[in-house]
Ligand binder design. Structure first.
Ligand code: C5P
Length: 223
């Protein structure tokens, strides 16, 4: 099977829309591989911090990105053989990822790595530019979004449910800033391409959203 004939389901959308959870569950149901492309930008931000490279320094970031050893194994993310799964999920790295992601050289440095995830029997790829740039020939493209206030509330409830404190106004402001940085940047902005199906999860459960994507995929297989 040539790489180009391996089906890709591209799920793009803004932060905290639930696309990571939905994508993983869809991949599980179909027995497909899963690519969390956001994790790659988070890793670049973390590695830059560790090496004292500014998130604004495109050339240094590009050089660094090509030398990183990144692995996804048994649910953990490894950077240069160390587990960084927790470290990359911090709010600081969420911001860092969206800052390093504006640079075209950084995006180019991660391009081949992202494509290497396309393996039989198929791939569910989650990010901002999966359907528009990295897997333009994806068989199914979903633009998964939700109202920003609802996304902020979902983020707010995560620490609260673990008895940790959280600041709703700050979370909302961070999300709005990342939304505008992701959709207004020149390099691969977050957009809904004309061939992508809109899935608004503002008032849908995760289970519902997963069903929606699986139905859309089954419909494509019937064509
Ligand atoms: O999806 P996640 O929230 O982990 O992504 C973190 C950041 O990485 C996003 O805010 C975005 O700026 C960047 N990103 C990107 N292109 C992707 C995936 C993520 O620019 N395909």
């Amino acid at each position: 099977m040539s790489a180009n004939s391996i089906p890709v389901i591209a799920i793009d959308g803004p932060s905290a829309s639930g696309k990571g959870t939905v994508s993983q569950l869809v991949a599980e149901k179909l027995g497909f591989h899963y690519l969390d492309s956001g994790a790659l930008y988070r890793i670049v931000a973390l590695a830059a911090k560790q090496q004292g490279i500014a998130w604004s320094d495109a050339d240094a970031l590009e050089n660094m990105a090509t030398t990183l050893e990144i692995e996804f194994k048994a649910g953990e993310i490894y950077l240069n053989n160390k587990i960084v799964s927790e470290a990359v999920r911090s709010e600081e790295m969420s911001r860092g990822a969206s800052e390093v992601a504006i640079h075209t050289p950084v995006r180019n440095a991660l391009f081949d790595l992202q494509q290497s995830f396309r393996k039989a029997p198929g791939l569910v790829a989650d990010g901002r530019d999966m359907g528009s740039v990295v897997f333009k020939d994806a068989v199914l493209k979903i633009f998964l979004t939700a109202q920003v206030e609802i996304r902020a509330e979902r983020r707010y409830k995560q620490p609260i449910s673990k008895n940790m404190s959280a600041d709703y106004a700050k979370i909302l402001q961070d999300l709005q800033e990342r939304d505008s940085r992701d959709s207004q940047r020149r390099a691969s902005p977050l957009i809904q391409t004309p061939d992508a199906i809109l899935l608004d999860t503002s008032h849908r459960s995760i289970t519902d959203a997963v069903e929606f994507v699986l139905n859309a995929y089954q419909n494509i297989l019937k064509i």
